[in-house]
Write a protein that binds this ligand. Structure first.
Ligand code: DHB
Ligand code: FE
Length: 279
């Protein structure tokens, strides 16, 4: 009786969060990004689910490199914003949905996904920037959130296919939850970027747009990109795009692209935003 209604993919560029927090969205650098986000925000204002499952990555904010899990679900009542760099954003606390989160933990583990469980988890720009991209600056976030954290920081990272299959298992788990709930699923991160090293600044619009096209046209093609391909084509942090595969796996085989927005530059990356509805 719980149902996944739609999915969103979005980059989580921390600078975009800082632009909102510091009232700079109208500045010439940021204005094209926030103008392009207007239709996405309009869609969100008209399609508010009870819960959003937000697939994101921690940037060594809450997880130390001494202790890293491939997939982690947050089961807490609430999650505090935290961050490196600019520090914790002054955004509302993120309310969880422990009942659905524990149901996901149980079903996913029975489906042989060995999920780690976080009873306490501070959430960084990987999760709070997508919330601000969707909902702007409310007093309180309009939905509950289940944080699902994917390791893209510490090698070895999960495969793009494993991420897609996790999404499929999430879909089955949501479908078997015995309460009327509307659920959204977000894949975050990316698109192509590399923050350090000799190739810092890599951005690859052709790779990004093919990935976005394949979200509707051929989602399995996005599961066949190797880690090496990601690094070569999309830069070392382009690997964040595998989190979009979790979102895509949780949707129907056929989906409708209701909005797409792609913009360069946004800090060191290409911003990509996509809304997909189940057909
Ligand atoms: C940037 C992008 C990221 O995904 C991130 O986690 C940090 C910084 C950037 O482009 O500035
Ligand atoms: Fe990131």
């Amino acid at each position: 009786m719980a149902r996944i209604m739609a999915g969103m993919g979005t980059s989580h560029v921390p600078g975009a969060g800082a632009a909102m927090d510091n009232g700079k969205t109208g500045e010439p650098y940021w204005e094209p990004l926030f103008t392009g986000l207007e239709p996405l925000r309009k869609w969100h204002s008209q399609n508010v689910p009870d819960v959003n499952i937000i697939v994101f990555n921690d940037h060594a904010t809450s997880f130390s490199l001494d202790n890293y899990s491939t997939f982690t679900i947050g089961v807490a009542e609430e999650f505090q914003p935290a961050d490196e760099g600019w520090g914790p954003r002054k955004v509302p606390v993120v309310e969880g949905h422990p009942e659905l989160a524990w149901h996901l933990v149980e079903e996913l583990i029975f489906e042989e996904f060995d999920m780690a469980v976080a009873g306490s988890l501070d959430v960084d720009h990987g999760l709070t920037v997508p919330l601000s991209i969707a909902y702007d600056q409310p007093e309180k976030w309009p939905t509950k959130v289940i944080p699902l954290c994917v390791n893209v920081i510490q090698y070895p990272q999960p495969t793009p296919l494993r991420c897609f299959k996790l999404g499929q298992a999430i879909r089955r788990a949501v479908d078997s939850f015995d309460k009327d709930l509307s659920v959204g699923i977000w894949g975050t991160g990316g698109l192509s970027h590399q923050l350090g090293g000799e190739r810092a600044g890599v951005v690859n619009p052709k790779f990004d747009n093919t990935f976005l096209d394949n979200m509707t046209k051929d989602p399995m093609a996005n599961t066949r990109i190797s880690h090496t391909d990601f690094i070569r084509e999309a830069g070392s942090e382009g690997i964040e795009m595998i989190m979009w595969n979790v979102m895509r796996g949780a949707l129907n085989e056929t989906v409708k692209e209701v909005y797409r927005f792609y913009h360069i530059p946004v800090s060191a990356t290409a911003y990509g935003g996509l809304i997909l509805e189940n057909e």
